[in-house]
Design a protein around this ligand. Sequence first.
Ligand SMILES: [Zn+2]
Length: 101
Amino acid sequence: MIFRNHLQSIKGPLQFSDQPTEVGMECFICGTESSEVPSAGDYKQLACPECGEYKLSGTAIALFKEHNWKFNIEFTRLWLETQRKGGTIPLISSERAATLI
Ligand SMILES: [Zn+2]
């Protein structure tokens, strides 16, 4: 459910240079329609209305796809919340992701 082929299709031929660069996609954690915030690094930055803003590393995304993992939603949101107290957008690395499923 969470990992449809959106990741591949985002960079497809349908690009509108006049449009805002935020792309609608499903939250990796809960599947709610979210905005992707453009990022330069090897991660996806998402703004989910339910989970808030977070980053998910490219390796974590690959791991989730490969193993068909799903986030433990409650646990992950709790972790995100504690991370935000530091004032930064939390980055879920592959190591971290393995503890949030
Ligand atoms: Zn979410």
